[in-house]
Design a protein. Structure first.
Length: 374
């Protein structure tokens, strides 16, 4: 029932804009607006789109010692990421892992100078917060923020934001800064989950409606829903937690080893020390039995989550974890897991759809050229 769902501070605006609302991670969220998923997707690739991602969790880790390095060291006991080496004003992608080397969640970690700011997935945030409280409370005060989060994404996002917050112009990919946007105090990162340049903007709940309306007044900006967010992130080769990664998937299988910096690897100054380190570091050396890859089906019919992936003889070698029609490339795009000996780019495979075996091949990710501002 919709009355049992949480709402974001922009709920009334979504409905005013004609959004089709759906349940997602316990929230009422816009699936699409009047443009429709296809046009919203293409608009974000060509200009700028505004996403409501307020359902995600925002958490601050305050070191009890007053030294942010102590919070970084504490967090490194839960993630295979170099947090200690993260400079103030910068953020990076991270993973919470479990004792078996599986992924509890993926998240963003920012160094704010005197504390760390984490953004976690909506469906996992209650478990993530409990996990941090259980393991970090002796070194950190864990503050869960009640703030909204907006994502402004697309090749024109920079000029849109710079017009009302000139300081944004100096920001590069993965920078984080406090900005005044049209007089509203915000914490802004130059990042997002579409493969395009853009910003994620943390804002007080009471200022969210005003900020969203200000951004939507720009001719380049259209509201974008969850439908286009999914196709955009899939074209960009980005994982959706619960589909492409989960507690039974290691970073090595998920092709996310780029998120494990040298200092945390075998022979590094802070080797291991995180949950599942023996398996994860072992797979860095010996490889994993399966791997997440891009899948390009022939024709125009999309393949869906769960579809079996088969080798040339019809034997199952994996499965699809995400699949849609990619509006940018005008064809179906998918990701999935295949046995390691079938994971090489160019390998011809088949995908089973309603009893039929559709020809496909393994391709490099992402499907589009990212537009991040380096």
């Amino acid at each position: 029932m919709e009355e049992d769902l949480f709402t974001t501070p922009l709920d009334a605006l979504h409905r005013e804009l004609g959004a089709r609302m759906v349940p997602f991670a316990g929230y009422a969220m816009p699936l699409q607006y009047q443009l429709g998923i296809m046009k919203e997707h293409l608009h974000c690739r060509a200009a700028a789109g505004l996403f409501d991602v307020s359902h995600m969790g925002q958490v601050q880790l305050w070191p009890l010692s007053g030294n942010v390095a102590d919070a970084a060291k504490a967090l490194e006991t839960l993630v295979p990421v170099d947090v200690l080496g993260l400079k103030p004003g910068r953020q990076r992608y991270g993973l919470f892992t479990n004792d078996d080397g599986g992924i509890l969640d993926d998240l963003m970690i920012a160094n704010r100078g005197d504390h760390l700011l984490l953004v976690v997935n909506a469906a996992c945030k209650a478990d993530d917060i409990a996990h941090m409280k259980a393991h970090l409370s002796e070194t950190c005060r864990i503050e869960v923020l009640d703030r909204a989060l907006l994502a402004l994404q697309g090749p024109e996002a920079g000029q849109v934001l710079e017009a009302i917050a000139p300081e944004a112009k100096s920001m590069r990919f993965m920078d984080v800064a406090d900005l005044s946007i049209n007089g509203i105090d915000c914490t802004v990162s130059r990042s997002g989950y579409t493969g395009e340049d853009g910003f994620e903007i943390s804002v007080a709940n009471e200022d969210t409606m005003s900020l969203a309306k200000t951004l939507l007044q720009h001719n380049s900006v259209e509201p974008i829903g969850l439908g286009a967010r999914d196709s955009l992130r899939l074209e960009a080769g980005l994982c959706l937690y619960g589909n492409d990664i989960d507690t039974g998937t290691t970073p090595n299988e998920a092709a996310l080893t780029w998120a494990i910096q040298k200092v945390r690897r075998n022979g590094g100054d802070r080797e291991g020390g995180f949950p599942g380190a023996s398996r994860i570091l072992g797979e860095l050396t010996d490889g994993a039995p399966r791997r997440r890859v891009g899948l390009q089906p022939e024709g125009r019919a999309p393949v869906r989550t769960g579809a079996p992936v088969l080798d040339a003889s019809g034997q199952q070698i994996g499965h699809v974890t995400s699949g849609v029609f990619g509006p940018t490339i005008e064809g179906p795009v998918a990701m999935g897991y295949v046995a390691n000996d079938h994971s090489e780019t160019g390998t011809e495979i088949q995908i089973e759809v309603r009893g039929k075996h559709l020809p496909a091949k393994v391709v490099d990710l992402p499907f589009i050229t990212p537009g991040y501002k380096r």
